[in-house]
Design a protein around this ligand. Sequence first.
Ligand code: THU
Length: 134
Amino acid sequence: MPDETDLVTAARDVRARAYAPYSGFKVGAALRAADGSVHQGCNVENVAYPEGTCAEAGAIAAMVAAGQTRFTHVAVIADSPVPVTPCGGCRQKLFEFAAPEATITMATTSGEQITMAVAELLPGAFVKSQMDNV
Ligand code: THU
């Protein structure tokens, strides 16, 4: 099991800057790209609720903007009673950029954490090969 302490710390740091006045639920995420660089994201809510974005989506956008399209590890953290798990949409977004062996560490601010394979989060993910007849 890789040591993801630094990624969890990066996720914890960016969580402090989350904009979540509607839910009050601040989330931070950090990705380690294939070149070793770290990219952070937090949730950004909107008064038009569906326009809000998740922490994972923000971290992916930061990584792609920095020129990286593969990550090996992702950490997500929230002040939740149990480690927060990404929503369905974020699972598909993460899957798009995950290295085959990529792992996710889901953490609480009180120190509980679980690590698993990103691939395990989304069995039956929609993949490009399903469009091969197009
Ligand atoms: N949220 C995330 O940013 N990531 C997750 O993994 C779970 C949920 C956000 C979306 C919304 O701003 C708030 O948490 C409550 O759902």
